[in-house]
Design a protein around this ligand. Structure first.
Ligand code: SF4
Ligand code: SF4
Length: 189
């Protein structure tokens, strides 16, 4: 018979032996593999009762940082949203008014800042792109929910509380800080 392509495969029509027809050897082989796992070290844990220790630089839920005086660091420049491969970040910028200097560090700030945690792949590119040391990923994990709306994290969930600062020093290595000071890179200006 002529072949139209060279992708065809030869299929064996070999008859099954008696033991193969009984399926018993295959069942026993499978049982041996299953039982052998009873004596091996478990690779799973009983989450949420048990949790694994996370690395210091685990990339979990984001935090929007405040500066030493408690002012929001984010200036709504949009670089994090631009860097985000999942298009998970949206924001609306606003201009700081007179008398709000104690709230926002720069003249422009994010009136709305949202991250869609269902889209986020926790790559950390937003953190890398931020020239203001405003956004960091933390060791905290995003809790599960049955409602999609619960995964839209706004400023209420992202901005750190003045009294409960989140330590991100482990993520700010000397190399990262040096890089962010380098004025040769446009986004550090
Ligand atoms: S961690 Fe990655 S995917 Fe998530 S918001 Fe930041 S840049 Fe986007
Ligand atoms: S890059 Fe930083 S300063 Fe700019 S909008 Fe994102 S978090 Fe705010």
């Amino acid at each position: 018979m002529n072949k139209l392509t060279n992708k065809s495969k030869l299929v064996s029509d070999k008859q099954m032996t008696l033991s193969e027809k009984l399926y018993l050897p295959a069942i026993f082989k499978g049982m041996i593999i299953t039982f052998s796992h009873l004596f091996k070290k478990k690779v799973t844990i009983q989450y949420p009762e048990q949790t694994k220790e996370f690395a210091e630089i685990y990339r979990g839920k984001h935090v929007l940082k405040r500066d030493d005086e408690g002012r929001e660091r984010c200036t709504a420049c949009g670089l994090c949203a631009l860097a985000c491969p999942a298009e998970a970040i949206t924001m609306i910028a606003a201009e700081r008014k007179k008398g709000e200097e104690h709230l926002y560090r720069e003249e422009k700030y994010a009136a709305t800042y949202e991250i869609n945690m269902l889209r986020c792949i926790f790559c950390g590119l937003c953190e890398e792109a931020c020239p203001k040391e405003a956004i960091f990923l933390t060791k905290e994990i995003v809790p599960s929910s049955f409602e999609r709306q619960d995964f839209i994290y706004g400023k209420d969930k992202l901005v750190e509380s003045v009294d409960n600062r989140i330590d991100v020093s482990k993520r700010q290595t000397a190399e990262v800080l040096e890089f962010k000071k380098n004025k040769n890179f446009k986004h550090n200006k």
